[in-house]
Design a protein around this ligand. Sequence first.
Ligand SMILES: NC(=O)c1ccc[n+]([C@@H]2O[C@H](COP(=O)([O-])OP(=O)(O)OC[C@H]3O[C@@H](n4cnc5c(N)ncnc54)[C@H](OP(=O)(O)O)[C@@H]3O)[C@@H](O)[C@H]2O)c1
Length: 247
Amino acid sequence: MSETAKIALVTGASRGLGAAIAHRLAKDGFLVLINFVSNEDQARELQNAIQQAGGKVELCGFDVSKSDQVDEKFDWIAKTFGPVAVLVNNAGITIDSLLMRMKDADLDKTLDVDLKGAIFCTRAATKQMMRARQGSVIQISSVVGESGNAGQSAYAAAKAGLIGFSKSVAKELASRQIRVNVVTPGFIETDMTGALTEVQKEAILRSIPLGFLGAPEDVAELVAFLASPVSRYITGQVIGVNGGMYM
Ligand SMILES: NC(=O)c1ccc[n+]([C@@H]2O[C@H](COP(=O)([O-])OP(=O)(O)OC[C@H]3O[C@@H](n4cnc5c(N)ncnc54)[C@H](OP(=O)(O)O)[C@@H]3O)[C@@H](O)[C@H]2O)c1
């Protein structure tokens, strides 16, 4: 490991968007910490692929929705590798249901992972960033948090909550040169959208002006930009990667 490599932690990086973001940040020279909660095998495969491409990468499994695990892991990261310079809060789940059928446990789980998980990680990472007087936090929200979507009200509440949280924290931390921005992907081809039926996919395609589903790399490029000092004057922003489906 290079002594000078900056640390970037990507939550939920064992697959999907997180894996593409991990690859992209490793290409930019970060030591990337790959977080996952259960898929250690897939995380290891990604670790091997990034290493083969010449990148620096370590595994860092924990459940983002458990604040004690989050605090413990961030302490371990600081002691083992140094302070986190870039945090990408990408871990997320969706448990779809109409409001009338929503179960308390599903609502709790969605808010715990998608909203509170990102808050726990942001709190732990920005403690380290404050001491370093620099940092970039990138939240992976969703177009659904901006536009709403029938059958996804819990997920939309979590993803919209992330926007208000991030703008507040961006204001709190700007004087320490810590930037906090939100990326709102539209429909991107991953396991999460793999569950859609062909009929659902066709309906979605009709709502996307550019006429195709995005790739994880489309999101990863924007994250790499927000992680780099090239974006030093951008904070508190919500930026869509959605083929024009929400403007
Ligand atoms: N795909 C889309 O079209 C789309 C659109 C808008 C927004 N997003 C957002 O983008 C993010 C990534 O989506 P994706 O499609 O790549 O999802 P995905 O393929 O389902 O992957 C989800 C990732 O989150 C991890 N994860 C889940 N619960 C966790 C927890 N409690 N602690 C730590 N990690 C956890 C999973 O780890 P394991 O593998 O260990 O389970 C996995 O790495 C999510 O926040 C999602 O809401 C996606």
